[in-house]
Design a protein around this ligand. Structure first.
Ligand code: CUA
Length: 320
């Protein structure tokens, strides 16, 4: 009895195996036929959309909010390890907002708390979607794709203001800035603050203190570096070309990655350096506005790797 049952089951197994074998052959024949005769091809990387050169698109040269019509806004956002540009987006409640977003380096996420916005920022592609924020408030934006050592610090804010409040804010910003006699022509600390708050604040923090053992402080430290022989040049190289390697600041070791910011203009680089060098504990250590846009330009002709920038530290007398 046992033997018979076993034999019956084995027979069924053989039949089904034969059926699957036939199916496999049919599938392989179809694939081979379409490859050979129909000109079908298996997807290759080079056949995906050519990478979007972000800086060619006007909206990504200076990402941010634009009013495109009555109660209509466009927001362009760029993700880059480890920040969003802009980090702060201000919008009026109830407006129809069209987002355009992409990544400058690796895969990032753009997830907005309390909404159903959850988008992948893919290098070489532009994601677009529409949204209307009806409730005023602060919406936290976070990157939800692991993108490197400080992925968890890649955060931003969408601030939704009541429409009247938003309009008042716009008017205020459009007003000509109060004259500041101290400020040399051509470099604006206001621009520096804007660049800092868009690109640097996520890691180095609004206080310039950084985060212990993760992001080095700029407060006090930047001025100390600037006054070293070669320090002035070193700072420009760090901004333009980034920095990797274990560094020591005030006895604390940092082993992170400073991204290159060469996509910023000469004026923006000069402005943010001046802003940093005149803020927090750097204040008063360096006179006036040390950098002008023209000071940055020559450095563009001598590209460096982040490792080369790291080795400059030894040359100017920092013990790494
Ligand atoms: Cu960007 Cu995680």
């Amino acid at each position: 009895m046992r033997e018979e049952q076993h034999e019956a089951i084995a027979r069924w197994e053989r039949r089904w195996l034969a059926v699957m074998g036939v199916m496999l052959v049919v599938i392989v024949v179809f694939i081979a036929y379409s490859l050979a005769m129909e000109g079908a091809h298996i997807g290759q990387l080079s056949q995906r959309g050519a990478p979007v050169e972000l800086n060619r698109l006007e909206m990504f040269q200076s990402p941010g909010v634009r009013e495109t019509g009555p109660n209509q806004f466009q927001v362009s956002v760029v993700g880059q390890a480890f920040s969003f540009a802009p980090a702060l987006v201000q919008l009026p409640a109830g407006a129809e907002v069209t987002f355009f977003a992409s990544s400058r380096d690796v895969l990032h996420g753009y997830q907005v708390q309390h909404t159903n916005i959850n988008v992948e920022l893919i290098p070489g592609e532009v994601a677009t979607w529409r949204y209307t924020f009806n409730e005023p408030g602060e919406y936290r934006v976070s990157c939800n794709e692991y993108c490197g050592i400080s992925h968890q610090n890649m955060i931003g804010t969408i601030q939704v203001l009541p429409a009247e409040e938003y309009a008042a804010l716009q008017e205020q910003e459009a007003a000509p800035p109060a004259a500041e006699g101290e400020e040399p022509a051509g470099v604006s600390l206001a621009l520096g603050a804007e660049v800092y708050n868009t690109n640097c604040v996520a890691c180095h923090q609004a206080t310039g203190e950084g985060l212990p053992a993760v992001f080095p402080p700029l407060s006090g430290h930047a001025a100390n570096v600037y006054v070293l022989d070669g320090g002035r040049e070193y700072l420009v190289n760090v901004l333009l070309y980034g920095l990797v390697g274990a560094i020591d600041v005030d006895g604390v070791t940092y082993n992170g990655v400073m991204p290159a910011w060469s996509q910023l203009s000469d004026e923006q680089i000069a402005a943010v350096l001046n802003y940093v060098l005149s803020s927090w504990e750097n204040e008063g250590q360096v006179e006036g506005a040390p950098y002008q846009a023209e000071d940055i330009r020559p450095f563009r002709g001598e590209p460096q790797t982040p490792e080369e920038v790291f080795s400059l530290r030894g040359l100017i007398g920092m013990d790494q």
